[in-house]
Design a protein around this ligand. Structure first.
Ligand SMILES: [Zn+2]
Ligand SMILES: [Zn+2]
Length: 449
């Protein structure tokens, strides 16, 4: 089939091979997504349609009450012999995995994870290892991991991202989602609002580096975001329709990752900031905030940085000087200071990616000089940081770094080094290449006051 040029409902993208004008073939292995009021009632039909007979529900004590119990009775009323297990080990680690294997019924042919991130990740991972299919019933939507094909769990006390498979069916019943803690919904919105920044990074990468780009996927992600942005008043009032749009947006951006084959459509500079804070939070033993909250704050910083860049009279000659002065040993010492125990991984990644090397940087500076009007035009499409922060405030989401416990010193480090956490090209690399990251980071921080 041909890839749709303009965005369609998410269901149209599922389980179909789509040949795209971008030159790639896109595929999402998810078979069904049901989001809306009463969506849970579609569970028995989905189980039956895909030919499963002995589903096993995995819950924690809370998600059992919120949705698990109803899933089981709906399935049983439909004549499907469903069993359930309420997890006792909630560390989402080796013990949880052991508990799942020990309790798995011998005749189970489908695992259904009922919950948010941790349970659904664990279900995806354990079902993958046990060679069983899985479904997801969401009780909250704090981030865009539902459509992912990875499993995140704690191994030897450290968070590990392990290969898994995609869930076959995602159910987001808005009657259930509206009962989720408000903070969770707001965090989900935060993860979604980050697409403003990550799509901007993709455009910059296309203009400056001629990076591969898929216009239909960009249009799809943007349409999910725009739908939510048109309903923020309803979101303030926690109306189910708006909650459904957030859930749909998160599933859609997860599906976009799957369609494209990597996280380019859903993760950029704002996620690099969040990943950096996560790394530092782990080292300090306390997380700063939920993933989506960090992404929201990060998006505000990216918008401020874009504004600072637009205000700057860029001197390409000075940028070339800065590129020639680059001192990799000094850079490595800086990484050791800012990343601490995580520095070796950062150094290893740079040794492979060489995104800071002078030769590549000079090439990018040439390209920027040639395409500077296009770069500026792209940056001008972004909304203002003030607009975003006011919106976040209205929704009760952290908006400034200080709101999530990030002080000025850590903020400066974050802006200076977060780009080193992944090899992906973002606006931070644009500004760093120009030799302006130090100066413009200070300007971003000044504007916080
Ligand atoms: Zn995210
Ligand atoms: Zn494409």
């Amino acid at each position: 089939m041909k890839m749709y040029e303009s965005p369609r409902p998410i269901g149209d993208y599922l389980d179909k091979e789509l040949d795209c004008p971008c030159g790639r073939r896109h595929y999402v292995p998810i078979k069904q997504v049901e989001i809306g009021p009463g969506a849970l009632n579609k569970l028995p039909e989905a189980v039956r349609r895909l030919g499963y007979k002995r589903p096993w529900l995995l819950c924690d004590p809370i998600t059992w009450k919120v949705a698990g119990e109803r899933c089981q009775s709906l399935l049983r009323e439909a004549g499907i012999e469903a069993t359930a297990h309420i997890l006792e080990n909630l560390g989402f680690d080796e013990s949880t995995l052991g508990e799942i294997v020990i309790n798995l019924p011998a005749d189970c042919d489908l695992m259904i994870g009922v919950g948010t991130g941790s349970i659904t990740d664990m279900t995806r991972y354990s079902s993958f290892k046990l060679r069983l299919p899985c479904f997801t019933v969401a009780t909250g939507a704090p981030m865009d991991g539902f459509a992912a094909s990875i499993g995140i769990l704690n191994v030897k006390g450290l968070k590990a991202t392990l290969p898994a498979h995609s869930t076959q069916v995602i159910i987001g019943d808005t009657d259930i989602l509206k009962g989720a803690p408000p903070r969770m919904t707001v965090a989900g919105f935060g993860d979604l609002i980050g697409k403003i920044s990550c799509l901007n990074d993709w455009e910059l990468a296309r203009i400056i580096n001629a990076e591969h780009y898929c216009a239909p996927i960009v249009a799809l992600v943007r349409s999910c975001l725009d739908k939510v942005l048109s309903q923020t008043e309803k979101l303030e009032n926690r109306e189910p329709e708006a909650l459904g749009l957030v859930m749909e947006g998160l599933v859609c951006s997860g599906a976009a990752i799957s369609l494209y084959g990597n996280s380019r459509p859903a993760s950029g500079a704002e996620h690099h900031l969040s990943h950096y804070w996560e790394t530092i939070g782990e080292q300090r033993g306390t997380p700063f905030a939920m993933h989506g909250e960090q992404v929201a704050v990060g998006t505000g910083l990216v918008l401020s940085l874009a504004e600072a860049l637009l205000e700057e009279e860029v001197d390409f000659g000075a940028a070339r000087e800065a590129a020639r002065r680059y001192d990799p040993a000094a850079w490595a010492r800086e990484m050791e200071r800012a990343y601490g125990p995580a520095a070796p991984e950062v150094l290893r990644m740079e040794a492979e990616a060489d995104k800071n090397g002078t030769e590549g940087r000079l090439r990018r500076i040439d390209s920027m000089e040639k395409n500077w009007a296009a770069v500026r035009a792209q940056l001008k499409t972004l909304p203002s940081a003030t607009w975003l922060r006011e919106l976040l405030r209205r929704l009760g989401c952290p908006a400034l770094p200080g709101d999530i416990g990030i002080d000025r010193t850590l903020l400066k480090d974050s802006l200076m080094v977060c780009k080193e956490i992944r090899p992906r090209y973002t606006i931070f690399q644009t500004v760093w290449d120009l030799g302006l990251l130090d100066k413009l980071s200070d300007r971003v921080i000044e504007k916080m006051d």
